[in-house]
Design a protein around this ligand. Structure first.
Ligand code: FS2
Ligand code: SF4
Length: 549
């Protein structure tokens, strides 16, 4: 096992990366190894998808399958080895069928990438041997840490982009040009490139590609569910039967709301599903009663205490056996945990029946409201107000404080930071990192709330749109705005969002609490030198430096 993809990876003074029998997240060596093999097979399939396009063959099913299966290898998504192996077999079958179609047009059609000729073994032993041969660190000693780390920056960035492609696809959004570029990147990173400059440039290209993907996802969400509007959300329980839904997939929530209508069951959002309360087509259901709990790393306590079934629509799932709710949690789509019921299709009746059989909340708690829904349209609509407030010296600075949450104690930096933001400054936030401070009352600044919840991690697209709009209206660059990004790392969606920001020329981003291990010292040095990327220090010193800049 060799997995180094997230911020919580095991680190000792002498070695970095989860490399024993199980990773910090609970992923077994067997699952991890099979995920490496799946990546190799997907790279081979993508190489054929690139070749097929040259022959005029564009296969929408393959364009959807590759990112979806790749998504299953992200942190905290799929821990079920058999499902990973099934994806690999499906990919190999698609690849062989596509090769045949190509050869019907050009009998000599072929691709050079070795992964394209990978024939999966029939036995578990054979698959294990193949997985070791295709381990992501297979030539690390030969190429050195810098090249290896840069390859992983691209590969993990591509994983994040794949996740957003799948989220968009679920909402009916697919783009043949985006898919073509995605396949090219998959195949290219599969070719074990070694040139540092090209690797860095291709990582930036993945960032640019992801900008288009996030735009496509934004279009999918807003065309189906409307533009988010500022909305109050109760974060305390309401008496009655209850279902909790987590992850990023708004379509699952919509279907659940339709099917629970009139049943007396209350639906609660959890984690990255919180922004759903701002979408007109979702918030109109009165039985979407509120948000429960906080970020993913607290789920073992929070799900254990929830008196109804739980649905995980995407990342981040962690071991349900610890909190003893394995019989009460359901996975969807790419999510998997061995022994957990997996729901396919559009029918949630099993979860609904389960909720009816469980006690639900016996009494309501005093409501506590927070505000969400500062999506793209709302933010752009506030651009003139922001400019006027800055000109009148009423608004000094905006801090975007957000990103992924995690378990390290050092993450209290983000709570302290948000709470110490001066009264004449505002905080924009997004993704699950917001749960560190989003129940705190930040009050108002003029006509604006001082805390603006922009949405999920992918809604960084909305924050980027606001920054671009402000820069355009003021006739300056994004880096000249009184705006600082203070983001927290965890998994691969954060990596690709960072690549997007860097590719758009955003400089001086503060990151923390610790970099994922693949971003070794040399790589961080490169990113610091080229993009002014900074590591967080103390709240007081960082805040002073940001305001002075
Ligand atoms: Fe949080 Fe986990 Fe959003 Fe990440 S719920 S760390 O996957 O994607 O943000
Ligand atoms: Fe370790 Fe993170 Fe990989 Fe899990 S996803 S095995 S915690 S590096």
């Amino acid at each position: 096992m060799y997995c180094i993809q997230c911020e919580q990876t095991m680190q000792t003074p002498t070695s970095k990366g989860c490399s024993q029998s199980q990773g910090m997240c609970g992923k077994t060596a067997e699952t991890s190894d099979q995920q490496d093999l799946l990546i190799a097979v997907l790279q081979g399939l993508s190489a054929w998808a690139v070749r097929a396009r040259e022959l005029g063959i564009v296969d929408a099913a393959i364009d959807a399958f590759v990112p979806k299966a790749f998504f299953a290898t992200l942190t905290n998504v799929n821990f079920d080895t058999q499902r990973i192996v099934n994806y690999a077999r499906e990919a190999a079958a698609m690849r062989d069928e596509l090769a045949q179609r190509c050869r019907r047009i050009d009998p000599n059609a072929d691709v050079a990438l070795p992964q394209a000729a990978l024939v999966l073994a029939d036995s578990a032993q054979g698959l294990h041997a193949q997985a070791l041969a295709w381990a992501l660190n297979r030539d690390r000693n030969e190429v050195g840490d810098e090249v290896h780390g840069l390859r992983l920056l691209g590969l993990y960035g591509l994983k994040g982009a794949a996740a957003y492609m799948e989220h968009a696809h679920v909402l009916g959004q697919q783009d043949a040009d985006i898919a073509a570029e995605f396949h090219r990147k998959m195949a290219w990173f599969g070719s074990q490139p070694r040139d540092l400059e090209t690797l860095l440039e291709e990582s930036m290209n993945i960032g640019r590609l992801n900008y288009s993907i996030m735009a496509m996802l934004d279009h999918g969400e807003t065309s189906l569910y409307g533009n988010p509007v500022p909305s109050q959300v109760n974060v305390n329980p309401v008496a009655g039967k209850a279902i909790l839904i987590s992850g990023h997939d708004l379509k699952d929530l919509k279907q659940l709301l339709e099917q629970t209508e009139g049943t007396g069951i209350n639906v609660y959002t959890h984690g990255e599903m919180l922004p759903a309360h701002g979408y007109p087509e979702l918030k109109r259901y009165p039985h979407l009663v509120g948000n429960y709990g906080s970020a993913w790393q607290n789920q073992q306590k929070e799900f254990a205490a929830f008196p109804g079934p739980v649905i995980m629509t995407s990342n981040c799932i962690i071991n349900p056996n610890v909190g003893r709710y394995t019989d009460r949690i359901y996975t969807r789509s790419i999510v998997g945990w061995p022994g957990v019921k997996h729901l396919t299709g559009d029918d949630f009746s099993a979860v609904i029946a389960h909720a009816q059989a469980l006690p639900g909340f016996t009494e309501s708690a005093e409501p506590h409201y927070i505000t969400v829904g500062f999506g793209r349209e709302t933010l752009l609509g506030a651009a003139d107000t922001v400019i006027e407030m800055v000109a009148a010296k009423q608004l000094r600075h905006v801090f975007l404080v957000g990103g992924c949450d995690g378990s390290r104690n050092e993450r209290s930096y983000y709570t302290d930071f948000a709470q110490q933001v001066p009264e004449d400054c505002a905080v924009m936030t997004l993704a699950c990192g917001k749960f560190r401070f989003n129940k705190h009352d930040f009050g108002q600044i003029g006509a604006l709330p001082r805390l603006l919840d922009v949405g999920q991690c992918n809604d960084s697209y909305s924050a980027i749109q606001l920054a671009l709009k402000l820069a355009e209206k003021l006739g300056c660059g994004v880096n000249d705005l009184p705006l600082t990004l203070v983001v927290s790392w965890f998994e691969q969606k954060a990596i690709v969002v960072l690549l997007t920001l860097l590719s758009l020329g955003v400089r001086g981003i503060y990151t923390g609490p610790t970099a994922p291990a693949f971003l070794n010292e040399q790589l961080m040095g490169i990113l610091q030198q080229r993009f002014g990327l900074r590591q967080i220090g103390t709240v007081e010193a960082d805040m002073a430096a940001m305001l002075a800049a």
